[in-house]
Ligand binder design. Structure first.
Ligand SMILES: [Fe+2]
Length: 116
């Protein structure tokens, strides 16, 4: 794997321990109304909570609509690595979450959102 490659879930049916801890879990509706706020929760990780301790923690999570940045939440080891945000979208898009672990690098997850 290239140093600059963003890591993500490789096989949905056979997640590795690292993937379970690091791939963001995006909870959001499949369909939303144009321009209306809806709730998005991003959990780190997927099935297993990532440790949050000095020396090993999730530094931040960023939320994008395609490649347009919507939000960024920074964490310290004192905080559960989870964020709930109210967002609105103007058109259907891929919602992307990028998270960074200080030891294990950057990970991505995405979810298609249909805007009606
Ligand atoms: Fe980690």
């Amino acid at each position: 794997m290239s140093k600059y490659e963003i890591k993500t879930l490789v096989n949905h049916d056979d997640k590795t321990a690292l993937e379970k801890k690091h791939v963001p879990h995006i909870i959001a509706p499949d369909k939303v109304k144009k321009g209306e706020l809806f709730e998005v929760t991003v959990q780190m990780g997927n099935e297993i909570d990532h440790p949050m301790e000095e020396g090993h923690f999730i530094q931040y999570v960023e939320l994008y609509a395609e490649y347009f940045q919507l939000a960024r939440v920074d964490f310290t080891p004192e905080v559960k690595a989870e964020a709930t945000l109210q967002i609105k979208l103007e058109e259907s898009c891929t919602l992307r979450a990028f998270e960074s672990c200080n030891l294990h690098g950057q990970w991505e997850a995405s979810k298609e959102i249909t805007v009606e």
